[in-house]
Ligand binder design. Structure first.
Ligand code: ATP
Length: 358
């Protein structure tokens, strides 16, 4: 029987609560399928580690997880540590060297969940946002000079390479092709940003020619927010830059009912390095330790992990179990307007995994 080695990095805040729940359901689905096993190794990196060691993870951290089959990540963020330290010290310190350049974020309205968009159900809203995850506005290029003086200057340079844009476009067109509607929207801002975004558009057209069966269109990012709210049915697969997709996917998560539900995958398509799966929410220190964190985003991320590992039957079983649970309002956590606890949702999903015959 195949054994997958999973690196679990719970991180900070509710990350520790939802990752513990995620491991429980993953182990339950592995037991139920009886076709593979999961060997989970936990790495306690993050804010507490930083307080003790002055860094978010050990210097050889990446070497410790390089040969795992996948990474399940919780959240990095700590009230006492600046956000750019926690982000660059852990999440980006893994994503970038492991070349996880495709950040994939499905959005769907799960059964039992009410979208803030009136009357919109899963038939009208079923999207996947592909976020360029290695360069663009978050390339880390820039600096500050004359600190503290009135002449201080600070720059963050958005850096786009032809190779980087081509590979994310190819990934997005390929993903769009794999979905029933074969529909891609390329998000851009090439009216105001006349260098990199124009190159982005040109490359989209060139790569699009390789995918004649995919219908695609182009949207300026500002108009895209309007279309997502007013005409959600017209969208399917979406590709955008690091910054644009960061913002659009938070909007998408809100439209799908709660930040607590939304999953994401940081994919290294070439499989040279492990890919990383995480809920999109942060560490939510306002609810930490209360036992009410919604674990569904982590469960859905675990589904994406199983798909990436090629365990389709297990992935489908887990997704079905999650949907059974979201359909039951008694198993909704407070972010969804209910009074269930993380524990109840986890037990409900495990019961659905164990009970389902199909
Ligand atoms: P960070 O600074 O790490 O990004 P944050 O606390 O600023 O984290 P999020 O955690 O992304 O931001 O979410 C904002 C709010 O949404 C939280 O404060 C919390 O109230 C709510 N929330 C987010 N995720 C969940 C969840 N899984 N379950 C319940 N509520 C959640």
């Amino acid at each position: 029987m195949k054994t997958y080695r999973i690196a679990a990095i719970p991180g900070d805040g509710i990350g520790t609560e939802v990752v513990a729940a995620g491991i429980e359901v993953l182990q339950a689905v592995a037991r139920r399928e009886a076709a593979f096993a999961l060997e989970v190794e936990r790495f306690d990196w993050g804010g507490e580690y930083y307080k003790q060691h002055g860094r978010m993870m050990p210097e050889n951290g990446r070497d410790l997880i390089r040969n795992h089959d996948a990474i399940l990540f919780g959240s990095a963020g700590h009230p006492d540590i600046p956000d750019h330290v926690t982000l660059w010290g852990l999440r980006l310190a893994i994503c970038q060297p492991f070349d996880q350049y495709a950040n994939v974020r499905p959005t769907r309205i799960l059964p039992g969940i009410v979208s803030p968009l009136r009357g919109v159900t899963d038939r009208e809203l079923d999207w996947v946002i592909v976020r360029e995850n290695s360069e663009g506005e978050y390339a880390g290029v820039g600096g500050r000079a004359h600190r503290g003086s009135p002449l201080e200057v600070a720059t963050d340079v958005a850096m786009f390479t032809r190779a980087g844009v081509e590979r994310i476009m190819r990934y997005a067109f390929g993903l769009a092709r794999s979905r029933p509607r074969k529909l891609l929207t390329v998000v851009t801002k090439s009216n105001a940003q006349r260098h990199a975004m124009v190159m982005w558009d040109e490359i989209a057209a060139a790569v699009g020619a390789e995918f004649p069966d995919v219908t695609w269109d182009r949207m300026l990012v500002d108009a895209m927010t309007v279309r997502m709210v007013m005409r959600p049915r017209t969208l399917d697969t979406i590709v955008a830059t690091n910054l644009h997709a960061d913002i659009l996917s938070d909007l998408a998560a809100a439209l799908a009912g709660s930040l607590g539900i939304a999953p994401t995958a940081n994919i290294n398509p070439e499989r040279t390095f492990p890919s990383m799966f995480e809920p999109i929410h942060g560490s939510a220190f306002d609810i930490v330790g209360k036992g009410i964190a919604n674990p569904v985003g982590t469960f859905w991320s675990s589904v994406m992990m199983l798909e990436h590992l090629g365990e389709r039957s297990a992935a489908a079983r887990l997704m079905k179990a999650v949907e059974r649970v979201t359909a039951d309002p008694r198993l909704h956590t407070p972010d969804l307007g209910g009074s269930a606890r993380t524990r109840d949702v986890t037990a409900g999903v495990i019961a659905a995994i164990e009970g389902a015959n199909d």
